[in-house]
Design a binder for this molecule. Sequence first.
Ligand SMILES: *[C@@H]1O[C@H](CO)[C@@H](O)[C@H](O)[C@H]1NC(C)=O
Ligand SMILES: *[C@@H]1O[C@H](CO)[C@@H](O)[C@H](O)[C@H]1NC(C)=O
Ligand SMILES: *[C@@H]1O[C@H](CO)[C@@H](O)[C@H](O)[C@H]1NC(C)=O
Ligand SMILES: *[C@@H]1O[C@H](CO)[C@@H](O)[C@H](O)[C@H]1NC(C)=O
Ligand SMILES: *[C@@H]1O[C@H](CO)[C@@H](O)[C@H](O)[C@H]1NC(C)=O
Ligand SMILES: [Zn+2]
Length: 500
Amino acid sequence: MLSLIKSVLVLTVALSVCADFWTDRDKFIKDEESQMLGSSINLTDKEKKVNQILMKFKYNEFDDGFLNPGSFAPSQHFFQARPLIQKSDVYKLLQKIPKGAALHGHDIALVSSEYLYKQTYRNSLYACRINGQLRMRFLQSSQQDKQCNWTLLNVLRILDPSYDSYLRSQINLYTENPKQKYKNINDVWNAFQNIFFTIMGLVTYKPVFEDYFYQSLKELYDDNVMYLEFRGTLPLLYDLNGTEYTPIQTVAVYKEVIEKFKTEYPRFKGARFIYAPLKDDNNSTMYKYVEILKDLKVNFPDLLAGFDLVGQEDTRKPINAYLDQIKQVSAMGIDFFFHAGETNWYDTSSDFNLVDAILLGTKRIGHAYAVTKHPLVVEIVKERQIAIEVCPISNQVLLLVSDMRNHPAATLIANGFPIVISYDDPTLWNGKALSYDFYMAFMGIAGKEADLRLIKQLALNSLLFSSLPADQKQVLISDWETDWTSFVDNVLATYANEIP
Ligand SMILES: *[C@@H]1O[C@H](CO)[C@@H](O)[C@H](O)[C@H]1NC(C)=O
Ligand SMILES: *[C@@H]1O[C@H](CO)[C@@H](O)[C@H](O)[C@H]1NC(C)=O
Ligand SMILES: *[C@@H]1O[C@H](CO)[C@@H](O)[C@H](O)[C@H]1NC(C)=O
Ligand SMILES: *[C@@H]1O[C@H](CO)[C@@H](O)[C@H](O)[C@H]1NC(C)=O
Ligand SMILES: *[C@@H]1O[C@H](CO)[C@@H](O)[C@H](O)[C@H]1NC(C)=O
Ligand SMILES: [Zn+2]
């Protein structure tokens, strides 16, 4: 009898310990979850249904990956993952979601690779090689420029059946086996920079440039992204007769194309420009950039959003090598949107670009891949709400991270940091608009339980952290809310049979 009482007692105690354990555990996880980006959003009843559909798709793919890690797209290189993503129900739904704005992309790498490739079929496009490197240029005749042995590209195609695959390999980083071709970060950056040289003459032909930029906006629009802030080096445009234009005229083209696009697609809210020339480790060039900025500020005060500097951080001088010029820019009242900390080298000049960017008052930070290693930077980023522009696929292709589950933005998401998702240079790796990067962020970087609230917050962030003045931002947000409401209704109508 005593032993029975004893064992009942033991059982009860054990049960109550267990009950406490599971209650505590539940509370623990909920508390942690309440710090996650998006957790302050309360979904409406309709949104909850959309969320159920989204999460049904997510769990299917996620659980399948958990059981068969080889099938999980975000753990693979984008070149391998892309065909898997295209088949994903999550991806298809993400494409429909009004994602707000793209806040980090570069002038001549915004469009899809296929569109760029198609431009190489245009008439009057010539090609040649300088030091083994492919160049392209539109000319009236091969004699117009004697610096190179120019041959019509369409003739080269006929002469050599393998020419097209060579051409593709020169304008895209894609390769079947990226780990073999790009052994380290400098390898891939060299290839990356060479592609820019190769496509420069193709893209800067004024008629191509206009179509190209128009198409960049169209692809965002089709991906339900309604506003763009892009960085550009202001390459000089040219015409067939050899006329070269000025940097100011390049911006004039941007402005015309944006206006034309907005007229044709009134739901699109436009684009702003961040002047982001190449760091070439030369003080006098940087003073020239300052002069260009002065011109831009006078001629395009609304289009100009700010200033930044580009180029591989590890191999170039840090932003603090241009303090004098940067002070001049600041004195003009121009905002900074610095790339910083796009590196794996801890406590180096590239890594400390993060500190410099903060001290110089940057409004957002491009990549900030190394930010979680800097507790004070992290604190200030949160306090001052300096948005971090996370470009997952770029970070993977440029060899900072191989498996998205190891991306440091997971920590930023878990702690509710102000981040946005963007695409950097999709032309160079067969990307297209924002949905692939959203997929990687949602499936690979964020946790299994991150849901529609995270996506909604990321979309909202892209508008909140845009450079627009407050009144225009408000218009953007309220129009986005309208789009969001119709998205919710559309999904409920289209996927009615998927509601669990
Ligand atoms: C969401 O709901 C919670 C609990 O009902 C409430 O405390 C909170 O203020 C709501 N948040 C928003 C943004 O409406
Ligand atoms: C110029 O290029 C064409 C096409 O590749 C080639 O057939 C020709 O031999 C080249 N000429 C010279 C002088 O290099
Ligand atoms: C060159 O071509 C452009 C575009 O067709 C034209 O506007 C310009 O007047 C031409 N310039 C000369 C010098 O022929
Ligand atoms: C520019 O000049 C300053 C002052 O002499 C120097 O500290 C800095 O390193 C130079 N920057 C570059 C990019 O050479
Ligand atoms: C810096 O650039 C200018 C042209 O902008 C060039 O004349 C000069 O030689 C360059 N200086 C160095 C140190 O490369
Ligand atoms: Zn970038």
